[in-house]
Design a protein around this ligand. Structure first.
Ligand SMILES: *Cc1c(COP(=O)(O)O)cnc(C)c1O
Length: 467
């Protein structure tokens, strides 16, 4: 046997080391955790030796254990500043919540509550009632239900209404949304049979009508959230699809994806289909997300005709995809902003969309100044993102940081600054495009400007000193 293995300390020797004893005492870590981390470090030392290297010293092994203990104290899920210019960035947690929504979370999380308790009768209640009337008021629907996310809402809807039956979808809408949500796959999972009609670019009302059989359970529209067809394109309108449905007594389902309560064209954006329009068109059940353009927590919101929504509520799968009290509280607070007509001043995503360009420009100038000549303000575009408004952007002002210096002294400043900014106590995330680091003030709440200015000054002064 390789004599290097014999040089390794025992678990007890590692735990008896002064450094580990001090860490364990100051934090009160359980003995079992210390033993398990010491074993892991020794295992990895053995792999190092087996690879032909000399045995790590006791000090090195102790350091490895101490490192692991210290990472326990670092928060994992941390706030970051989103300067990417993508307002609904799935990797950065989609919609930030309003102050009222976060306060509602805190209240509900701290105390017991009446989630499923009817205070008037003193008997068991339903978690759906708290949000249903608000959603009905906002959308004009007869009934509503909230589940875990939109993907589960659509799955529940198809399972409860179309299992072992056929659902007719336009070929141009049998899409992949990203993050492995593909309409054909969800359809298969629900047990419904997807019947594609029309062609990739053109589907007419008659295509739906001709595909109806005695096994048809629904006609379904899917909002092509993340791409746009241009050129010779024709899709049956929702009204036309509902008309076909009505004439054949077949339910129409509408997966809106983002779902939106406000008219996006008033903000200079492309039109995004609104939930109210879907309900008014006579759709049976409409599905949309809570954390896209609604600007609330992750949730799947379902609104529609009472006899259909009731079927979803009663289905066993509803329990498996139900929403928790914390997100329900946040969603209610968010929806109330719409009801009270204060969405654009209270909901962060809408505040960002509604921010005038001059205001963005002033902030961009301040950011650039903090960079001490390393950045310039340029025209750019903010993307709404999150599978809404494909290709729809808002004008913005960006701080652009390009390569600096020439010849041998050329340094890749954008990559270096980008890495430094991600390493800040509150990481700042920008986007790299054509060898430039771009920072967009529109996706950053103005309250975070002090933090970002401090970070930019820090980075600029470090780099100018050549560190
Ligand atoms: C985003 C999206 C989904 C998935 O919604 P989640 O809330 O992320 O589960 C489903 N359908 C469409 C059309 C979407 O845009």
């Amino acid at each position: 046997m390789n004599s290097e293995f014999r040089k390794l300390p025992s678990v007890d020797q590692v735990l008896a080391h002064e450094r580990i004893k001090k860490l364990a005492e100051s934090h009160g870590y359980p003995h079992s955790l210390l033993v398990s981390l010491a074993r892991e470090s020794l295992d990895s030392a053995r792999r190092v030796i087996a690879g032909g290297s000399p045995a790590p010293t006791l000090g090195e092994i102790v350091e490895a254990v101490a490192d692991r203990l210290q990472t326990l104290e670092i928060p994992r899920l941390r706030p970051v500043i989103n300067a990417t210019g993508v307002l609904l960035h799935t990797n950065l947690g989609r919609a930030p919540l309003s102050k009222e929504a976060t306060e509602a979370i805190s209240v509900v999380a701290t105390d017991y509550n009446n989630l499923e308790f009817d205070l008037r009768s003193g008997r068991r209640g339903s978690r759906h009632v708290h949000v249903e009337d608000i959603l009905c008021q906002l959308t004009g629907a007869e009934a509503a239900l909230v589940v875990n996310n939109n993907a589960s809402g659509v799955l529940l809807g198809l399972t409860a209404l179309a299992r072992r039956k056929e659902v007719i979808v336009s070929r141009g809408q049998a899409v992949e949304i990203g993050g492995s949500f593909r309409i054909p796959d969800v359809m298969r999972q629900s047990g419904a049979k997807l019947v594609e009609v029309g062609t990739t670019n053109c589907t007419y009302a008659a295509d739906y009508e001709e595909a109806i059989t005695p096994r048809t359970a629904a006609l379904m529209r899917v909002h092509s959230s993340n791409f746009r067809l241009v050129g010779f394109v024709s899709e049956a309108t929702l009204e036309e699809i509902v008309d076909v449905g009505n004439r054949h007594n077949i339910t129409v389902l509408d997966d809106l994806g983002s779902g939106c309560f406000l008219d996006t064209t008033e903000f200079g954006l492309d039109p995004e289909p609104m939930v109210q329009q879907s309900v008014a068109a006579g759709v049976g059940v409409t599905f949309f997300s809570g954390d896209k353009l609604v600007g609330g927590p992750q949730a799947g919101i379902i609104v529609g005709q009472k006899h259909l929504v009731d079927k979803l509520k009663r289905h066993p799968m509803a329990r498996a995809v139900r929403v928790d009290k914390i997100r329900l509280a946040a969603l209610i607070a968010t929806l109330l902003h719409y009801l009270k007509g204060e969405a654009t001043s209270k909901i962060p995503v809408w505040r960002m969309i509604a921010t005038p360009l001059e205001e963005i420009e002033q902030r961009a100038e301040l950011w650039a100044k903090a960079l001490n000549g390393m950045g310039v303000v340029i025209d750019g575009e903010t993307m709404v993102g999150g599978g809404s408004l494909p290709g729809g952007t808002l004008p913005t002002k960006l701080v652009a940081i390009g390569e600096q210096g020439t010849g041998k002294k050329r340094v890749n400043i954008p990559q270096a600054i980008s890495a430094r900014l991600r390493d800040m106590p509150v990481p700042v995330i920008g986007r790299i495009s054509e060898d430039r680091l771009l920072l967009d003030p529109r996706s950053v709440p103005p309250e975070d400007d002090a933090k970002i200015l401090a970070a930019l000054r820090d980075v600029a002064s470090d780099l100018s000193k050549g560190r």
